[in-house]
Design a protein. Structure first.
Length: 274
C-alpha cells in the first residue's frame, strides 16, 4: 500500500500471479503530481516482480475510475520530475511501460474515466466497462487543452481515425456501451467477469503470456516518438489564454469539486464556448 498526499494507491495481491491496483484518491480520483511518485513505485513493482502475470486497475471511489489531471497543482510541481526510463516524462513514461510490461493489464471501468483515466485505460491491454455506470472521455480540447498521455497515438490504432477524432475533438462523454473498450457488461456482472478472466490468464505460463503479448505489441503499439510530443503539447496548452479562460469558467461552475460539473463534464465543456 503506497501512501500519497491526496489519497492512497492500494496494491492488493489476490495471489502471487494476480494483483489488483486500486485508486483511492477521494473525492474524485483526480491524478496529479502528488500521485506520480507512488504510481511510479507501483509500475516499477510490476516490472520487477517475476511472478505477477495479471494486473487489474480498479477504483475505490464511487462513481470515478480515474479522472483528469490536477489543475490546482502548481506547474512547477508537474515539471520537476526527470524523465522516466523510456526517456518520456513521468506520466506518459509509466503508461508506455504498462503497455510493454510482460504482464497483462486490465482496466475495470465503473464510473468516470476522464483524461488520465481514459489514457490509463488506453494504455492497458484490455478494458471492460460497466454498461450502466461507465463514462469515458478525452475532454481536453473542449477546454482549450491538448491531451497529454498518449491518446492521439493510441486511439486511432484502437478504434480507427474517424472515431478517434470524434472522441478527441468532440470532447464529450461516451457511455460504457459505446466506449472504446473490449466490451461493456451489465454492472452486476462486471466484477465477476474480470475476476474470472484475470484468474484464468494468471493460471497460464508467464513466458507464453509475455512472448505472445510482445508480438502483439510489435503489431499494434505506437513508437515512443509518437507519444513524446503529447505531454509537451499538454503543458504548453495550459499557458494559453483560451485554456485559462475556459478552465476558469469550469472552476466557477464547480470543476474540481464533487457535484454536477464533474459528474457531467462533457455537458459543461459544451457550455463554455467563447
Amino acid at each position: 500500500m503506497s501512501k500519497i498526499q491526496n489519497g492512497t494507491i492500494h496494491v492488493r495481491r489476490q495471489s502471487d500471479a494476480y494483483w489488483r491496483v486500486i485508486f483511492d484518491i477521494p473525492p474524485l480520483n483526480i491524478f496529479g503530481p502528488a500521485n506520480i511518485p507512488q504510481f511510479e513505485q507501483v509500475v516499477s513493482s510490476i516490472e520487477a516482480d517475476d511472478q505477477v502475470k495479471v494486473v487489474v486497475f480498479d477504483s475505490a471511489v464511487e462513481g470515478f475510475f480515474l479522472t483528469h489531471y490536477d489543475f490546482l497543482a502548481k506547474l512547477e510541481d508537474s515539471t520537476k520530475f526527470p524523465p522516466g526510463p523510456t526517456g518520456l516524462q513521468p506520466l506518459p513514461d509509466m503508461l508506455v511501460r504498462i503497455s510493454r510490461a510482460p504482464v497483462v493489464s486490465i482496466s475495470l471501468i465503473r464510473g468516470r474515466a476522464t483524461g488520465v483515466g481514459s489514457e490509463l485505460a488506453l494504455a492497458s491491454d484490455m478494458r471492460f466497462a460497466s454498461r450502466e455506470r461507465a463514462v469515458l472521455s478525452q475532454w481536453e480540447v473542449g477546454a482549450g487543452l491538448v491531451p497529454g498521455g498518449g491518446p492521439m497515438a493510441r486511439l486511432p490504432r484502437l478504434i480507427g481515425r474517424g472515431r478517434a477524432l470524434e472522441v478527441l475533438l468532440g470532447a464529450d462523454d461516451i457511455p460504457g456501451d459505446l466506449g472504446y473498450v473490449n466490451r461493456s457488461l451489465p454492472d452486476a456482472e462486471l466484477d465477476d467477469f474480470v475476476d474470472r478472466l484475470a484468474k484464468r490468464i494468471a493460471s497460464f505460463d508467464k513466458q507464453a503470456i509475455a512472448d505472445t503479448k510482445g508480438l502483439v505489441n510489435i503489431a499494434s503499439l505506437p513508437p515512443d516518438s509518437e507519444i513524446l510530443p503529447e505531454w509537451g503539447a499538454f503543458l504548453g496548452s495550459l499557458g494559453r489564454t483560451a485554456a485559462q479562460e475556459r478552465i476558469k469558467k469550469l472552476m466557477d461552475r464547480g470543476f474540481h469539486k464533487p457535484g454536477d460539473v464533474e459528474n457531467r463534464l462533457g455537458h459543461y465543456v459544451g457550455q463554455i464556448a467563447d
